[in-house]
Design a protein around this ligand. Structure first.
Ligand SMILES: Nc1ncnc2c1ncn2[C@@H]1O[C@H](COP(=O)(O)OP(=O)(O)OP(=O)(O)O)[C@@H](O)[C@H]1O
Ligand code: SF4
Ligand SMILES: [Mg+2]
Length: 328
């Protein structure tokens, strides 16, 4: 088997609605290696959750259109759903955005856990619960939380419970969609660090960590994928993306992040004026062109993904001209 856990090639997944197609995942190509944490970032509505859902369960109106996705070498886009169900939790696990909303105020945590795993065909027997208790200790939670109600726990504690349960069968690949966004800053760091610890200890193999917060990715991600309006605009090693971004949009995102300690000499893009385009029936062309200071007539055509270096790719006609005028 290759050292890639996940291989995605020209993936397209659209929402088919009455007025046409919302092209929310449009021609994405990337890999995730064994042991790697891939951070996925971009503005609200750029398609991060759609990407997560495309990999796991495509419920109408979301439809797989084309492209290839291989998880552990297996083609999961064309796999019968029963076969994929068997991989859920065991090989691939998702912590959905808004997972915290799943806690019921009237059920104890123990009951919440057994209901959750039962949906995946797992029995919460004594042996299973003993493992849960062991794992809860890893995230600094005492077994007494099992007898408590969710309203007695903080958001950070609940998110650590979800992280524990989602990874209880040691999946090779975990997708964590905005698991830190509802938390205060110190809990955000804590939960993100826990996820990285799980990877370091071999509890999970690799992960896709989705967030709109690049500063968290700077701390835990090995590689960062930047999405804009349903497209992948840049992907590369974390340090490269933060310190030497090539896409004008990535540069703008990073310029708005004083906490990562990077400052541009050129502030033209700071704040990123304008809004992303609507994705319904969107046509050809670079989707950032309406906000891009480098835009020219050529940008009416869609740019291809090009190699900046072996691990760093960018989708912009003028990436070579977008000088890396960044000072750390
Ligand atoms: N059920 C749906 N039907 C039609 N369009 C949808 C549906 N769900 C999402 N979309 C559209 O798909 C695009 C991508 O949405 P998505 O939720 O994937 O974005 P996101 O990057 O996860 O945003 P956020 O950061 O707010 O979570 C948006 O334009 C959104 O309006
Ligand atoms: S392709 Fe053109 S519009 Fe798009 S980011 Fe590059 S320069 Fe800007
Ligand atoms: Mg989302």
């Amino acid at each position: 088997m290759s050292e890639n856990i996940l291989e995605v090639k020209n993936l397209r997944a659209y929402y088919k609605v009455l007025k046409g197609e919302v092209k929310a995942v449009d021609d994405l190509t990337f890999n995730v290696r064994k042991g790697e944490i891939l951070g996925v970032a971009g503005e609200s509505g750029c398609g991060k959750s759609t990407l997560a859902n495309t990999l796991i369960s495509r419920k109408p109106p979301l439809h797989y259109i084309s492209g290839e996705v291989r998880l552990l070498g297996k083609d999961i886009m064309h796999m019968p759903s029963e076969q994929f169900r068997k991989m859920r939790f065991r090989n691939i696990s998702l912590i959905p955005q808004y997972a915290l909303d799943a806690f019921s105020p009237t059920r104890r945590i123990k009951q919440f856990i057994s209901d959750l795993v039962r949906d995946h065909g797992i029995k919460a027997d004594q042996k299973f619960m003993a493992k849960v208790v062991d794992r809860l200790r890893l995230v600094n939670l005492d077994e007494s939380v099992l007898d408590r109600y969710s309203i007695e726990l903080s958001g950070g504690m609940k998110q650590r419970i979800i992280l524990t349960i989602s990874t209880i069968l040691d999946p090779e690949f975990l997708i964590a969609d905005e698991i830190t966004s509802a938390l205060d800053v110190s809990s955000q760091r804590y939960v993100a660090t826990m996820l990285a610890n799980f990877r370091d200890e071999g509890i999970i193999g690799s992960a896709m960590f989705i967030t709109h917060d690049l500063s968290i990715l700077y701390q835990i991600a090995d590689k960062i994928l930047i999405m804009y309006a349903g497209n992948l605009v840049e992907i590369g090693p974390t340090d490269e993306i933060i310190k030497n971004p090539r896409h004008p949009y990535t540069r703008a995102l990073i310029a708005s992040l004083p906490q990562v300690g990077i400052q541009y000499k050129d502030h033209r893009l700071e704040g990123i004026e304008g809004t992303p385009p609507a994705l319904l029936n969107i046509g050809e062309g670079c989707r950032f062109r309406f906000r891009c200071p480098y835009m020219s007539a050529k940008c009416e055509g869609s740019p291809a993904l090009e190699n900046v270096s072996l691990d760093h790719q960018v989708s912009c006609w003028y990436w070579k001209e977008v000088e890396s005028d960044v000072s750390a």
